[in-house]
Design a binder for this molecule. Structure first.
Ligand SMILES: Cc1cc2nc3c(=O)[nH]c(=O)nc-3n(C[C@H](O)[C@H](O)[C@H](O)COP(=O)(O)O)c2cc1C
Length: 339
């Protein structure tokens, strides 16, 4: 396996801080770069200009190369009947939180404008989830010198990612926290171990899902990964931009508390089980990203009112093993210099 790619990106260790949209503040990304791992801005929910501002802030804090992660939009049919039903299913939560009944504005993808921004700003690494960029986008990014990383949840998606021109592919196991990057057919929920065993790629593979200490890093590298991507274990650090309620919920969680749900966004994601997920189990859910738009005011008001039962508390299966500390301390745990 060729390891020169991550050394060329000025990384001391083959470890990537997972992009985590909404929680990857410039200070957090810079702390990860300082600690010798690749920092990632999760720009999925940002506007193009917000993405540019965050990129510039990271550049002010660090001279090292970093990653910007984008959500690849899918073709979307807006069925007014389905959207109306999903909106009505959320009425009890709006009432409980004192929110108006009107439907929130539905978002438009900023993806193509964000691609323009990462090209303009000469971002060194660009990663994708929920799909792959088209040929023209790949060519423009490569012409600008970017190293490209795709996300796959099946061997078929991994092959597709390599074929599309990705320079490396994240294999995201079902253990992983947050949204699943699945984009071909039915979600298959393969474990990281199954994905690593089934990978037939010539480009480097990056393992994601459940990596939280030196043992899990070593196991992934021994199984053929060229690097690992770590989400939950870094989400709870002091520097992370995640909401304090979210960090505490993970740090206080127990084994087996996470579930996969589509109730918050219309897409499968792993998080701590709570009242919203349970009550919405049979409810009408709009497709991604509409459901995400519909639940946004609820999640935001719930955060302000301290109602964790209505928050999306994304966490990987091994979140209960996460430790408190600074990014540098968690990185030392990952490289085996600290228990
Ligand atoms: C809070 C949270 C947000 C996430 N957001 C993104 C994202 O914006 N883009 C992305 O590619 N992956 C995202 N992920 C998934 C991670 O990239 C990664 O697959 C996962 O965190 C690995 O599993 P772990 O949490 O067990 O380390 C997110 C994960 C979490 C926990």
């Amino acid at each position: 396996m060729d390891h020169s790619w991550w050394k060329a990106l000025d990384m001391d260790y083959p470890i990537i801080q997972a992009p985590m949209a909404g929680s990857t503040s410039p200070e957090f990304v810079a702390a990860c770069l300082d600690a010798g791992i690749l920092g990632s801005l999760g720009a999925g929910y940002m506007t193009a200009e917000g993405t540019r501002a965050a990129i510039r802030e990271i550049r002010n804090l660090s001279d090292k190369p970093f990653n910007v992660n984008l959500f690849v939009p899918e073709k979307l049919e807006r069925d007014a009947g389905v959207i109306g039903e999903a909106h009505r299913a959320l009425a009890p939560y709006r009432k409980e939180l004192g929110l108006p009944e009107e439907m929130p504005d539905l978002s438009e993808s900023e993806f193509s404008r964000q691609v323009g921004v990462v090209i303009d700003e000469r971002v060194e690494v660009v990663s994708f989830t929920f799909g792959l960029p088209d040929e023209d986008t790949v060519r423009r990014l490569k012409d600008a010198g970017a190293f490209l990383i795709g996300t796959a949840t099946t061997p078929e998606e991994a092959v597709e990612a390599e074929r599309s021109g990705m320079d490396a592919v994240v294999l995201q196991g079902k253990e992983a926290g947050g949204h699943r990057g699945a984009f071909i057919g039915e979600d298959r929920f393969l474990t990281l171990r199954e994905l690593l065993a089934g990978a037939r790629l010539t480009v480097p593979v990056i393992a994601a899902g459940g990596i939280h200490d030196a043992g899990t890093v070593r196991a992934a590298l021994d199984a053929g990964a060229s690097a690992v991507q770590v989400g939950t274990a870094l989400l709870v650090t002091e520097e992370s931009g995640a909401n304090a309620l979210h960090k505490e919920a993970i740090l206080n969680s127990s084994e087996g508390e996470t579930v996969i749900t589509n109730a918050f966004s219309g897409k499968h994601a792993r998080g701590l089980n709570n009242r919203f997920i349970e009550e919405m189990a049979e409810a009408a859910i709009a497709p991604y990203p509409i459901q995400n738009d519909l639940t946004k005011p609820i999640r935001s008001a719930a955060g302000k009112q301290g109602k964790t039962g209505l928050l999306s508390l994304w966490s990987g299966e091994s979140g209960w093993k996460a430790r408190r500390g600074k990014v540098s301390e968690i990185v030392r745990r990952l490289i085996g210099e600290e228990e």
